[in-house]
Ligand binder design. Structure first.
Ligand code: DAK
Length: 260
């Protein structure tokens, strides 16, 4: 696929996806969502990439939402189709075999906030702003915001954001647990790359199983989830990474993982 709205770059085991429509503050139109989905379909089969970073093009915005100029004239079923595509793209991010870090470099509104919360980890720059302003437009969030946001920050805080449409700054997002950390804008990508590098230095099999276990387990009750964790833990012992990791510890050397 010829990518027009997204930059997809790889450096070693780290892939960076930049939503790159800065003139529209990186708003997600139909084509951009298709391209995002395409990238994550490639990544689902990509064993070389250990971590993905998603960020926004330009200085001002991560993603300012679904593209209002695209949505304004949608009729009933087209709206459903658009929401389905958005859901599919967010689910592809969430279920990617690699950990995904959102480098939130500005506005993360509506579909942009939903994209950030589909990622595993969020690092925000000091100028970042978050919100679900859909009610200002007469709609509700359409890419999973009513579901993922309460699970992340709790129902009360999520409802306040969803019902008021208010924007919050990065410091408030940190306080309510919407982001993992806040850093100066100039340091954002370096901090995310350092975090990505640290993750890629660990056992790749363990990282993949860990993400899968957190995501699938969060849909289960605690008893089933712990049972599932035990099965996933057992899977690690079928890997060369487990043998190498434990052997290296006993031999007091650094593990050399192969991801097998
Ligand atoms: N869509 C399209 N264009 C956008 C945009 C967006 N979400 N956000 C900004 N832009 C465009 C502006 O129109 C402007 O374009 P030009 O006029 O230059 O051509 C350019 O980006 C720069 O924006 P501003 O001039 O407004 O910049 P400011 O710094 O003054 O303000 C702002 C920045 C982020 C506060 C403001 O642009 C703003 O409020 N933007 C809208 C934010 C927003 O409401 N986001 C949520 C979008 S709704 C569903 C499916 C999906 C969804 C819901 C339902 N179903 C089908 C059920 C999802 C909905 C959303 O995400």
């Amino acid at each position: 696929m010829d990518l027009q709205n997204i930059r997809f770059e790889k450096e070693g085991a780290v892939a960076t996806i930049t939503i790159d429509r800065p003139k529209a503050l990186n708003a997600l139109n139909y084509d951009t969502l298709q391209e995002l989905l395409y990238c994550f379909r490639q990544l689902a089969r990509d064993r070389e990439t250990g971590v993905v970073i998603i960020t926004g093009g330009g200085e001002k915005s991560f993603v300012a939402g679904a593209d209002i100029s695209h949505m304004v004239n949608l009729e009933g079923l087209e709206g459903t189709e658009f929401a389905r595509l958005g859901h599919e793209a967010m689910a592809a991010v969430e279920s990617a075999p690699q950990p995904v870090i959102a480098a939130v470099n500005g506005f993360a509104l509506g579909g942009g906030c939903e994209l950030a919360i589909s990622c595993d980890i969020r690092v925000a720059s000091e100028n970042a702003k978050f919100g679900q302003p859909e009610v200002n437009l007469g709609v509700i969030p359409g890419f999973g915001g009513t579901q993922r946001l309460p699970r992340l920050v709790g129902k009360g805080l999520a409802c306040e954001l969803l019902f008021t449409g208010d924007m919050i700054d990065a410091a408030e997002a940190l306080r309510i647990g919407l982001v993992n950390k806040v850093v100066p804008q100039a340091e954002l990508m370096d901090v995310c790359r350092e975090m990505a590098k640290k993750i890629t230095s660990k056992g790749p099999v363990a990282i993949r199983l860990c993400k899968e276990t957190v995501n699938n387990g969060s849909q289960m009750d605690l008893g089933r989830a712990n049972h599932y964790e035990a099965i996933q833990f057992g899977q690690c012992f079928a890997s060369a990474d487990q043998k190498e990791g434990m052997q290296a510890f006993l031999e007091k050397r650094k593990a050399e993982f192969t991801g097998k």
